[in-house]
Design a protein around this ligand. Structure first.
Ligand code: FES
Length: 108
């Protein structure tokens, strides 16, 4: 059985407009288009109960909608206070026009 998860169609992810995605056994995910390149991170802010897809994308930075913290979309690194803990980011594969990630080891 493949561990590959299909999240959404590439065509549905516009630059600057992150899209929420869901996959079995995974936390809520966010899919981004940065200059035509697709990235996937966890959607939940590490500072509080906010979905980053409700925030504001500025290039490769996603700003949380709650307290102005932000993360690097490409690496998941925390970029602005009060966010200090990185969000998980996932290597992306594009298959038949779909955004796919591989389910990490240990995920159920
Ligand atoms: Fe995201 Fe506070 S919940 S910065």
């Amino acid at each position: 059985m493949s561990n590959q998860l299909r999240l959404c169609e590439v065509a549905g992810v516009k630059d600057g407009e992150p899209v929420a995605a869901f996959a079995e056994g995974m936390p809520a995910l966010a899919v981004y288009n940065v200059d035509g390149e697709i990235f996937v991170t966890d959607n939940l802010c590490t500072h509080g109960n906010a979905m980053l897809t409700d925030g504001y994308q500025d290039g490769d930075i996603i700003e949380c909608p709650f307290h102005g913290g932000s993360f690097d979309i490409k690496t998941g690194a925390a970029k602005a206070f009060p966010c200090q803990v990185a969000i998980a980011s996932y290597p992306v594969e594009i298959e038949d026009g779909w955004v796919c990630i591989t389910k990490p080891e240990g995920a159920v």
